[in-house]
Design a protein around this ligand. Sequence first.
Ligand code: SIN
Ligand code: CO
Length: 369
Amino acid sequence: MSNKLTIDWDDFLTNYWQKKPVILRDAFKHFVDPITPEELAGLAMEEEIDSRIVTNKNGKWDAQFGPFIDFSHLDENHWSLLVQAVDHWHEQAATLVEPFKCLPQWQFEDLMISYATDKAGVGPHIDNYDVFIIQGKGCRRWQVGDRNEHYKQFSAHKALLHVENYQPIIDEEITAGDILYIPIGFPHNGVSIGESLSYSVGFRTQTSQELLSGFADYVIDNLPNGIFYQDPNLTLPKDSYRIQSYELEKLQNQIIELVRTPKLFNDWFGKHITIPMHELNIVPVEPPYQFDEFVSLLKTNNLCRVPSIRILKVGDYGYIHGEKIHLPMPVIDLLCQEEELYYEQLEDESTLKVILDLVNKGYWYFIED
Ligand code: SIN
Ligand code: CO
């Protein structure tokens, strides 16, 4: 059974999204945890899955990174286990991100789940992303401060960046089904009251620095001929040692024109933004299916998309997992909207050939009957 989210998105976006933190009480009515602490611990034993245990016994902070083989050394309290991108690996937990699919999917990062014992938390800190923290089993006290770029941050441990004391603007306990939304940059601290589970649905964007450097790499690789600055209307300047303001403007435009070239920018962004932020459960088909074999399998079995593989549309094209999909937009729409595909939707031979390639790469897989 999936949990049902009740939220007035218009009100939320107008008043809170990237503006201020808020507690949405009882946003999931009768919330049922989609995963058990034991299952979470099992995921933390896997090589491909990012996990960490944070302890804060007697005010001393420590962090250990998975995969873990044993949890028996841990005390009764003051520790929490945090597992990243659980939506990639646990089908039932992944249903929690469904209600957030109305938000721009290119900004979605992952579902992080934390299991905390009494008095545990990761300490007061500031995140570089927006997060909806859904409270599951148990209870947590959250103190959230206002945004202020002057807060001092320091390493409480080499893997834990904490923030100095701040005045809380929210200081409340949340229980199962409540959501705490925290925009990027607001300091916060959650301390578990008894045993608890929290589900963090994260949305992350890119800095100008990341955009510039990623786009520059793409231009260098895909535009082999250099574009040289030229000024055929040059007249003798008064001061030939001074770069004139119109020349600076021309130089800026030289760069801006590249950014404004859709063929370059859109193509780069489509590829760049569909590169996964966390490891995915992708298993290429070995040996790859041949066309006839693939078609006959598809006539009897549905295809399922790898959970949380990044598929997005930019302009007239679709992109998946860092590559362009060479299919018409109605098919791309289908690939985005439907997690399961069946033969009658894809019958056309050229479409099937492209889908075969994507299946052989492991982006969709056959559901066994
Ligand atoms: C946690 O779930 O323990 C930490 C979440 C956060 O503060 O970002
Ligand atoms: Co945080």
